[in-house]
Ligand binder design. Sequence first.
Ligand code: NAP
Length: 265
Amino acid sequence: MTGPARSILITGASSGIGRALAIEFARPDVRLVLIGRDTTRLSEAAAACRAGGAHVETGIIDVRDRAAMHDFIRAADARAPLDLVIANAGISTGLPAGALAEDPEAVRGIVAINLLGAFNTVEPIIEPMGARGRGAIALTGSIAAIRGLPYSPSYCATKAAVHLYAESLRGALARKGVAVSLIVPGFVHTPLNENLVSAKPLAMTDERAARIIRRGLDRRKAVIAFPRLLYWGARLTTVLPVRVVDFFMTRQHVDVPVTRERMSS
Ligand SMILES: NC(=O)c1ccc[n+]([C@@H]2O[C@H](COP(=O)([O-])OP(=O)(O)OC[C@H]3O[C@@H](n4cnc5c(N)ncnc54)[C@H](OP(=O)(O)O)[C@@H]3O)[C@@H](O)[C@H]2O)c1
């Protein structure tokens, strides 16, 4: 008997984009290794993927727990080599309307999850994939990383760091046959931004985002950015005069909820 043809690990698979992506990949010849923190949500996501025919394994792990992430990912890879690892787990935080400074606790929390959590996901798989001379790694960034937004400084900073990390890794791993993709979403309707008060131009469902991401990953695209119009609009702001862009951005009414995450023990 042969095992599944493709093994895919996804963090943040219990909700939103990660969950929709897991379901999008769920086929009888696919093994999915799904990581999240919330047991109920992760079980529901796993059940939806099993209904699609996939072989599913789950791990209730906080991405901040470097040792647990390392051991779980190495063990999953040893059982059957992972073909694709997607560092997707993330949170948002920012400035509620009228606030001047971000909550320092929330800032440390978002760095630990969005940035260190991405390192904790990617680092354990680099050497095994490099040794095999095949595989793919993907990281979820954001259009918010392209130009700093006055209402979510630390979120933009973590995602900008993820962008440069992915870009750097891509160059480093290409000669080993390992592809690195950077996923750059615009607004996607998920729990992450349901309490965000802001214009959400060209917002889309998580199912639609997952289809776009899956197609990009199947083609081993270096950058999977969508919607294209918003992406190129954001890129344009980086070549316009800073004062002009700041003028318009600071006049938007935006209210970003504070996420207070506990630091890992
Ligand atoms: N939605 C958007 O508009 C948008 C736009 C650009 C980029 N993104 C990025 O897309 C990614 C997914 O976001 P989403 O919109 O799908 O949000 P979401 O629905 O809130 O899902 C976030 C996922 O990350 C997991 N997670 C959070 N902290 C974790 C931790 N410490 N350890 C393990 N898992 C953790 C959550 O697990 P639990 O359920 O267990 O808490 C959940 O599965 C994030 O990196 C986000 O920054 C989203």
